[in-house]
Design a protein around this ligand. Structure first.
Ligand code: UD1
Length: 370
């Protein structure tokens, strides 16, 4: 006897920080299916990131299945990318509708697919909803606000994110505090982390080097401030190697800066297992990323954020992160404190326990009556 097919959920993944967030959701959906669950999914890659180092490597390492559809939207300005993704996703939904669209995080693909879906009356679920930096100069902040304005079901990583949504008049019955799927992936992979091939060659040892990542347009799109930050980092880290996996947009700017500090070691963007091995064993991480502040918090590694704001305040109030701002002068005193052994220890935020994806799938099954 054949059963009626269960509801179909589109899972959207577009750019590097999406992949570790969708991996555990897909695993949880597969696990439910194996137990007779009826919810079906379709994995859609928008093509926002397309280099193997920014995309394919993550699929392989995290065991994410091949996408069912690749929209191949590629790079462009914010509007070009948004438009290309919307047009292509809308076409897909018109040809082959789904019953819900699940988006994660705050990248351009997140917002573009949410808009295309909602306009076709496909309800939107947003994972990592409600976080806010308050800084509209960040493209991600605009993506968050627009996405949450048209989301039906909000999955949050903190109670604070839920409070932000309630202030924006979202009813509490639509907010689900489930934890953090990025941390689900980290905890599931802690035992698999492994050193990158250059570990010995660079003479890296536990606690004997720094990890640096910078790719925010505000930090890297103009040569002079970027150069000043790199000089301050080179000076403050007292000759220890600073491993800097360089994002493609940052690489373009580096070519325009002569005479970079010797201790900064520029390497390609790292795959997931190697990158998090580097973070786990670093003396500290210096970054302008948001997700990395969460991972550093969970691994108990000191973290310095070169931004004026954070949309993840629990990494500061509970975790190991501090917001230094973007003035290079802030680095020396912070690094002095670190070298003096006076960095805070930090703890793990509530519900960052590796089970967020299971909670999300349980809610989806209930809502979609799967
Ligand atoms: C995007 C996200 C950001 C996230 C970051 C992680 C938005 C608005 N921003 O920023 O939140 O932290 O991803 O990487 O969505 N490029 C490549 N190969 C690729 C992808 C991009 O070379 O596979 C180059 C292209 O020149 C492209 C540039 O990087 O124009 C920027 O890519 P884009 O996706 O626009 O934004 P990111 O800076 O990567």
């Amino acid at each position: 006897m054949s059963r009626v097919a269960g509801p179909l959920v589109d899972i959207i993944a577009g750019a590097r920080p999406n992949f570790m967030k969708v991996a555990p959701i897909i695993r949880a959906l597969d696990a439910r299916k194996a137990m007779g669950g009826r919810l079906r999914y379709r994995l859609i890659h928008t093509g926002q990131h397309y280099d193997a180092r920014m995309s394919g490597d993550f699929f392989v390492q995290l065991g994410i299945p091949e996408p069912n559809v690749n929209l191949e939207a590629g790079s462009g300005t914010q509007a070009e990318q948004t438009a290309a993704i919307m047009v292509r996703y809308e076409r897909l939904l018109l040809e082959s509708p789904s019953q819900a669209c699940l988006v994660v995080g705050d990248v351009t693909s997140t917002m573009a697919c949410a808009i295309a879906a909602q306009k076709l009356k496909v309800p939107v679920a947003h994972v990592e909803a409600g976080i806010r930096s308050g800084d509209w100069a960040m493209p991600e902040e605009v993506n968050r606000i627009v996405t949450d304005a048209i989301t039906n079901w909000f999955f949050t990583t903190s109670l604070w994110a839920g409070e932000n949504l309630k202030r924006e008049d979202v009813g509490g019955e639509r907010i689900f505090f489930v934890g953090n799927t990025m941390i689900d992936t980290l905890l599931a992979n802690l035992d698999r982390l492994r050193p990158p091939p250059f570990w010995d060659e660079m003479g890296l040892s536990s606690g004997g080097y720094f990890v640096l990542t910078l790719h925010r347009p505000s930090n890297v799109d103009t040569a002079a401030p970027f150069e000043a930050l790199l000089k301050a980092i080179g000076e403050g880290t007292r000759g220890l190697p600073v491993v800097f996996p360089v994002h493609p947009r940052t690489a373009k700017m580096l070519e325009a800066i002569p005479g970079l500090p010797q201790s900064i070691r520029f390497v390609e963007p790292q795959p997931y297992l190697e990158f998090n091995h580097l973070v786990r064993h670093a003396k500290a991480v210096i970054t302008d990323s948001g997700g990395i502040t969460e991972e550093a918090t969970v691994m108990g590694v000191p973290c310095m954020t070169l931004r004026d704001t954070t949309e993840r305040p629990e990494t500061v109030s509970v975790g190991t992160n501090e917001i230094l701002g973007t003035d290079p002068a802030a680095l020396a005193p912070a690094l002095d404190r670190l070298f003096a052994g006076r960095w805070k220890k930090g703890a793990i935020p509530e519900k960052w326990d590796g089970r967020a994806a299971e909670r999300i799938v349980a809610v989806l099954e209930r809502i979609l009556q799967a």
